[in-house]
Design a protein around this ligand. Structure first.
Ligand SMILES: *[C@@H]1O[C@H](CO)[C@@H](O)[C@H](O)[C@H]1NC(C)=O
Ligand SMILES: [Zn+2]
Ligand SMILES: [Zn+2]
Length: 436
């Protein structure tokens, strides 16, 4: 079914696009972006020095506002505490470009002239680059403002890492009246300068749990007088895995990883009163993901009960929904990416990733697409994964991200494309159901 829809809808999109022709000069956008490369790198490095975690992006937010002000770009602030929504042009259609600003509570382990000056915090997910690239796009688009027919919103959101900053901004109405939203993420799994995306689900739904297993502690030599929460916790670890291997369609994707198992610091000849169990639960299909959350709670309760213990489970709220890309928006990304970097640096991803993103809330609210920008480059050492203390990125690609953002906005506000919203909405639903 998925393939069938894909073929039919791809041809509809092709017809719509060809009837308007291509008036976007991608090589000109790329040249202008190249001219801003040093400016974008400076911003990225300035931000890299001052990493701030979710909803605490005070200096970062101030830096973004100062930069927007210097470009004479109007903005709204605060939106969701530290968030900013800049605006270029006027009237309809309205297209939104989104960057996230927060860092991670990780101690940086890379020696760089611009390394983190905030002990314990690090831009290990590249959000400094996302913010810098969007400011680059803002500068490109501001220079063309006189010729735009429509509005470009520049969304700088807080708290992507776990606290759903995107959802806060959507709930505050940031996307009201918006036709399309685009987001970018630097990606160490792809070669530098490659753009990649896919229609349908690109990133997983995700949540975390924290469970306290309670028994009754006692003497290590007299277990019969205690109720051992360690045995209960071990049973929980084992009971969770069949939810993936036996209760999940093998063609669907889901994963449960128990990542914390702690009996505390007590003596090793003492049975503890409690054990902490924590972990991550992810799924590609939203419905099954919610079912897994219910089942995991149930299974943990029963496994604890089997050993005379109780368990109190708390789940991260809100869970992140899957990021589902709109087919038509991805076709726009494909066109822009090929136009900017050429056919061989555009990659259609065959499968989604089990990583998650709160951009999913934006792509759920309006048609949207999330795109990866490759940064893997051995000669500059950008070979380490996101969320690791050694993460680095190949800065030479930053202007490409700005160029893509600007090009995606121009597809809507250069007067070229009148997107048929009925078509867009139906592709979203069809793909959503099929892919999930
Ligand atoms: C990797 O980095 C080097 C040094 O900056 C650069 O010359 C090269 O073009 C980069 N590779 C790619 C694929 O961008
Ligand atoms: Zn991250
Ligand atoms: Zn990220």
């Amino acid at each position: 079914m998925a393939a069938w829809y894909y073929i039919v809808l791809t041809s509809i999109v092709t017809i719509i696009q060809s009837s308007y022709g291509t008036s976007i000069d991608y090589s000109r956008i790329l040249d202008s972006a190249k001219g801003l490369q040093d400016w974008i790198v400076t911003i990225r490095r300035d931000l890299h020095k001052i990493p701030e975690v979710g909803f605490e992006e005070l200096k970062t937010s101030q830096y973004v506002r100062d930069t927007l002000a210097s470009l004479e770009i109007d903005f709204k602030h605060p939106v969701a505490k530290t968030g900013i929504v800049g605006s270029i042009g006027s009237g309809e259609p309205v297209v939104a470009l989104r960057a996230d600003m927060d860092a991670l509570p990780i101690q940086e382990d890379v020696e760089l002239p611009y390394k983190s000056t905030h002990a314990g915090n690090m831009h290990a997910c590249g959000h400094d680059a996302h913010t810098a690239m969007l400011l680059g796009a803002a500068r490109l688009l501001k220079e063309m403002e006189g010729s735009l027919s429509g509005t470009v919103l520049l969304i700088f959101q807080p708290a992507e890492e776990g606290l759903a900053g995107a959802k806060h901004m959507v709930d505050l109405g940031t996307l009201n009246g918006v036709t399309a939203v685009h987001g970018l993420h630097v990606w160490p799994g792809l070669h530098s300068g490659v753009f990649a995306s896919r229609a349908g689900t690109i990133m997983a739904a995700s949540t975390r749990f924290h469970a306290v297993v309670r028994g009754q502690g006692g003497h290590g030599g007299m277990p019969h007088l205690a109720r051992d929460p360690v045995i209960a916790a071990a049973a929980i670890v084992h009971a969770l895995q069949p939810l993936v291997s036996r209760e999940t369609d093998p063609l669907d994707g889901a994963v449960i990883s128990v990542t914390r198992l702690s009996t505390g610091e007590g003596a090793t000849n003492v049975i503890p009163d409690t054990v902490e169990v924590g972990g991550s639960l992810r799924g590609l299909s939203e419905q099954h993901f919610y079912r897994l959350i219910e089942r995991a709670t149930e299974v943990m309760t029963k496994a604890a009960d089997m050993h005379g213990c109780t368990v109190e489970v708390t789940w991260r709220d809100p869970p992140y929904i899957p990021t589902v890309n709109n087919l038509e928006m991805v076709s726009f990304v494909e066109e822009a990416a090929k136009g900017l970097v050429g056919e061989d640096r555009w990659q259609h991803l065959a499968v989604p990733t089990m990583a998650a993103e709160d951009f999913g809330f934006m792509a759920y609210a309006v048609p949207g697409a999330f795109t990866f920008l490759g940064i893997h480059n051995e000669s500059v050492g950008s070979v380490h994964g996101l969320h690791t203390p050694r993460f680095q990125l190949d800065e030479s690609v930053l202007h490409l991200g700005s160029a893509l953002h600007a090009a995606l906005a121009l597809q809507f506000v250069s007067g070229r494309t009148q997107v048929d919203m009925d078509t867009v909405q139906s592709t979203l639903r069809d793909l959503g159901n099929d892919e999930l």
